[in-house]
Design a binder for this molecule. Structure first.
Ligand code: NDP
Length: 315
């Protein structure tokens, strides 16, 4: 591992969703000279969504990617040092904390704010992996356009699946929605919208048996969990919308998490079990997971970091 450049920073922010950028805005305004690494998806999950109607301050709503450009610009204007790069390894065993970027650049940080968010989950079928990018996708908003005028399938029954099925229904002739139980987890209003959309066909008590196609998706085979009856549905795309997992793997040696990998913070704070390491946004929140709550927790993390550094006499 090349280790030619070591840089010392007061506040290192890992991740660039609403939590990371808000932490950067607050830390920069407090003159803590934050450095933020954006990760593999600059702007985070909001860059793969469409209309955001529930973020206060946008009375007409705003497109997710545009909103994240606003966040980034605001953080940059305040003086945050925003960089491309992915944190690939950490050592939180002693101060200063070590974080490696892209496996080579080493940063030594007096405090760290983890805001790495969460990523889409997959079913785990070999055919899903083989056809990923060839009709299999975890983002209807990113890839739905390619299947305009076609029949598609989507698996999942939460708000994300409902939202994406509705989005696809505007582009595609039929949306086949595969739901593993006899009910949906999505909010009532979203369920009502799904079930009253004529070109969304819901298959209850159904699991995905196989995604079929040699070089690209051609059909999906589903199995009714009550009768074991299998049905093949010809489709051009298969969208997976079954939830998310926190991006916390590189921290697990040091940071306390729950059994699904969500970082545990001390209630009412952004503090983790490691002094000077804070967590904000979806990586530590499996309950609310909203842009506005992520932003709020990013603010908390910056304020907690500021207090920590000033108590240590560092900044
Ligand atoms: P959820 O965890 O809420 O839902 C996941 C869905 O996927 C569930 O219906 C689950 O089924 C299903 N599922 C999980 N694993 C499998 C599997 N292996 N095979 C088939 N189905 C599976 O995730 P979401 O991403 O939908 O939502 C996350 C959070 O974000 C929620 O709190 C949601 O309310 C919120 N959200 C809000 C939105 C809004 O307000 N506009 C938009 C999008 C998300 P089962 O129900 O059987 O467990």
């Amino acid at each position: 591992m090349a280790n030619d450049s070591v840089e010392r920073v007061h506040v290192l922010i890992i991740g660039s969703g609403p939590a990371g950028y808000t932490a950067a805005i607050y830390a920069a305004r407090a003159n803590m000279k934050p450095v933020l690494y954006q990760g593999i998806q600059p702007g985070g999950q909001l860059t793969i969504t469409t209309e955001v109607e529930n973020y206060p301050g946008y009375p007409e709503g705003i497109q997710g990617p545009e909103m994240m450009v606003h966040f980034e610009k605001q953080a940059a204007r305040m003086g945050a040092d925003i960089r491309y790069g992915l944190a690939t390894k950490v050592d939180f065993s002693q101060q200063p904390y070590k974080v490696w970027i892209d496996e080579e650049k080493l940063i030594e940080a007096d405090s760290v704010i983890i805001s790495t968010g969460a990523s889409a989950k997959w079913l785990g079928l070999p055919s899903e992996e083989r056809l990923n990018g060839y009709g299999v996708s975890a983002c209807a908003v990113c890839d739905g356009f390619f299947f305009k005028g076609k029949e598609v399938a989507i698996v999942g029954a939460g708000d994300t699946a409902a939202e994406e099925a509705l989005y696809l229904s505007k582009l595609c002739t039929t949306v086949h929605m595969i739901v593993r139980r006899d009910k949906m987890r999505a909010s009532k209003v979203m369920q009502d919208r799904v079930t009253s959309t004529p070109n969304i066909k819901v298959y209850w008590n159904s699991e995905t048996d196989e995604i079929l196609g040699e070089k690209k998706v051609e059909a999906v085979r589903i199995k009714n969990t009550g009768t074991n009856e299998k049905t093949e549905i010809p489709v051009s795309a298969f969208f997976v919308a079954i939830g998310h997992q926190p991006n916390s793997d590189i921290f697990k040696e040091y940071i306390t998490m729950d059994e699904t990998g969500y970082i545990q913070t001390i209630p009412g704070t952004s503090k983790t079990n490691v002094e000077g390491v804070f967590a904000a946004g979806d990586v530590q929140d499996k309950t609310y997971r909203q842009a506005v709550t992520a932003a709020g927790s990013g603010c908390m993390a910056a304020l907690d970091a500021e207090r920590y550094l000033s108590a240590k006499g560092i900044a």
